[in-house]
Design a protein around this ligand. Sequence first.
Ligand code: AMP
Length: 223
Amino acid sequence: MREKIPPNHLVVFGRPGSGKSTLAERLGSEFGYTLIRTGELLRAAIRRQDFLGKRVEAHLATGDLVPDPLIFEMLEQHLKAPGMQKFLFDGFPRTMGQVPLLEGFEKKLGFQIGAYIDIAVSHAEAVARMTGRRVCPICGATYHLIGKPPRVAEICDNDGARLEKRKDDTPEVVEFRQKIFDDYAVPILRYYQEHAPERFFVVDGEQPLEAVYAVTVRALGLA
Ligand code: AMP
């Protein structure tokens, strides 16, 4: 049997609360992927209160999507030709309009996405999980009170900062963000399933995190 060649560059999809960011962080640290997380890049811009941050703050607060041209502008500044780096996109593309943006970056910077991974979780399970979510205001690391607790309660393992609830994790915003996922991400998943079936993987995200990780690693041929 032919050995499966692990993909260099990945995109991870999953509804808010699916555990995709935790999975992305682990794939990043164990297999050397460089995480490109549009949500975290936007939150960092808001923390800095720079020009981009001021323009996107209201969108993130309500759970609404940031317009495609701003996402393009931000990634255009952030992304450099990967060289030896392996990219892992978390949170992009988020609309059908962003699909050609990713294709444009692939062409321009000379890389190709080797796998699209959909961490599939039901709406109800995702909502339940989002209430336990915490994030570090300094480094952006994500935790979960049950799924991935910090070593010391409410304190970041990396820098000792007190963890916070994300501002967009209120019940109304949580519901709204689920709806946004249903409206915008479902067509993207369908698109990749049809156009790149050999590179498209669905992983059952309702299993314990450890199993989600193990299944993903196996599916991608990483171990
Ligand atoms: P996340 O951390 O991926 O859950 O993203 C948090 C928020 O950032 C989302 O609710 C959107 O408001 C915004 N956001 C992140 N990535 C994108 C994107 N690719 N396109 C539009 N808005 C985004």
